[in-house]
Design a protein around this ligand. Structure first.
Ligand code: PMT
Length: 312
C-alpha cells in the first residue's frame, strides 16, 4: 500500500516550471559537488493551500521569509553554497535590506536644469556597500541558486527534486527547513474546478492532514545529510516536548524551536541529548545584530562536528 506522502505525489501534478527548476538544481549540484563544497538547502516562507483548481482563493500563513533570507546570507559567509528554495515574492537574501521605502530613503535626487542625477546618500553607502559586495561575490561565483514555490504541492515537488540532487554530497549537505509548510490541505479530487460562488450557502471546506516530508527525507532521500527542522509554537509550555517528539519520530539531528512572538530574539536548539537557548541581548539588537547570525554559526558548528564522525 502506498504511504501517505506517496499518495500525495500520485494525486498532485508537478508545477509547470518543474522541469526547468529540476535542471537548474542538477546543474548547480553537479558543479559544486565536483569542487567538494559544503552545500545548504534553505527553505523559506509559507506555502499556500488552494481552495479551487483555477485558484482565486487560498489559505496562507504569516511567514514572510525573514528567517530563511537572512540565514542564507550567513551560510554564504560560512563558505556554504546555497540553494534558496523560497515562496515566490517572499523576502530574499540581499534585497531584503532594501525592501519598500527603505531603498527610496537611501537615494538622493538632484535636478539641475535639464540634468537629473540620482546618488546614494553618504550615510547609506556604509550600509549598502558590504551587502552589495556580498551579493556580487555570490552571484558572480554562482554560489547561490534561487528556486521558488507557491502552493504546498509545488513545495513537495521541489523539495524532493532538490533532495535527489543533494544526496551526492553525503554528509556535506545541510538541510535547513525554515519554511512554514501548510499542515492541512484540500485534496485535489475534492476541490472545485472553478471559483467558489458566494451566492448560495457558505461553503463547507473539509481539510485533510498534509503528510510530513521529514519522514522520507531523512530515511530515504538524503540519509547522510545533516537535517535541521524548525518548530514554531504559540504555547511555550509545549515547545521543547514537540521538538523532542519530532527528533524521536524522524531521527534527524536538530530541531530549532521558536515562539511566534519572540522568534526574532530567542530560539531553542534541541538535539537528541540536549537543549540550549540562543538569545539576542538588547545591546546586540540595538547594534543591528540578527539572531540568524548566531543560529547559523551554531548550526554550522554542529554540522562540522557531525561530519567529523561521518565517513561519507
Ligand atoms: O519567515 P519568518 O517570519 O522569519 O518566520 C520563520 C518561521 C517561524 C516560519 C521559522 O522559524 C519556522 O519555525 N519554521 C517552521 C514552522 C513550523 O513549525 O513548521 P511545522 O511544524 O509545520 O513543521 C516542522 C518541520 O517539518 C519544519 O521544518 C517543516 O519544514 C517540516 N515539514 C512540515 C510540513 C510537511 N508537510 N513536511 C515537512 O517536512
Amino acid at each position: 500500500m502506498a504511504s501517505h506522502w506517496e499518495e500525495f505525489y500520485a494525486t498532485h501534478l508537478p508545477p509547470t516550471d518543474f522541469e526547468d527548476n529540476r535542471k537548474l538544481l542538477q546543474e548547480f549540484c553537479e558543479r559544486h559537488n565536483k569542487r567538494n563544497e559544503k552545500i545548504v538547502l534553505v527553505t523559506s516562507g509559507g506555502t499556500t493551500v488552494p481552495l479551487e483548481h483555477n485558484t482565486v482563493r487560498f489559505v496562507d500563513n504569516f511567514s514572510a521569509g525573514t528567517r530563511g533570507a537572512a540565514s542564507a546570507e550567513y551560510f554564504l559567509e560560512h563558505a556554504y553554497v546555497v540553494i534558496f528554495m523560497h515562496r515566490l515574492k517572499s523576502l530574499e537574501p540581499f534585497t531584503r535590506h532594501f525592501n519598500g521605502q527603505k531603498f527610496m530613503d537611501m537615494l538622493e535626487l538632484y535636478e539641475r536644469g535639464p540634468n537629473t542625477n540620482i546618488t546614494v546618500k553618504p550615510d547609506s553607502v556604509d550600509v549598502l556597500a558590504p551587502i552589495l559586495a556580498s551579493y556580487k561575490a555570490a552571484q558572480e561565483n554562482g554560489r547561490i541558486l534561487y528556486v521558488n514555490f507557491t502552493s504546498v504541492s509545488d513545495y513537495f515537488w521541489l523539495l524532493r527534486a532538490a533532495c535527489e540532487c543533494l544526496s551526492q554530497f553525503g554528509s556535506r549537505a545541510l538541510l535547513y527547513l525554515a519554511a512554514a509548510v501548510s499542515d492541512f490541505y484540500v485534496p485535489s479530487n475534492q476541490m472545485p474546478t472553478h471559483k467558489i460562488q458566494s451566492g448560495s450557502a457558505a461553503p463547507n471546506i473539509q481539510l485533510q492532514l498534509v503528510p510530513k516530508l521529514l519522514a522520507p527525507l531523512v530515511s530515504l532521500w538524503v540519509p547522510h545529510a545533516f537535517v535541521v527542522s524548525f518548530k514554531l509554537e504559540t504555547d511555550e509550555s509545549i515547545l521543547i516536548t514537540k521538538a523532542r517528539e519530532a527528533l524521536n519520530k524522524y531521527k534527524h539531528k536538530l530541531v530549532i524551536g521558536n515562539m511566534l512572538q519572540t522568534r526574532r530574539t530567542k530560539v531553542v536548539f534541541v538535539t537528541p541529548d540536549s537543549s540550549y537557548e540562543v538569545v539576542l541581548s538588547r545591546e546586540q539588537m540595538l547594534n543591528g545584530m540578527e539572531i540568524e547570525d548566531v543560529i547559523v554559526r551554531n548550526v554550522a558548528a554542529n554540522h562540522d562536528e557531525y561530519r567529523k564522525k561521518f565517513k561519507y
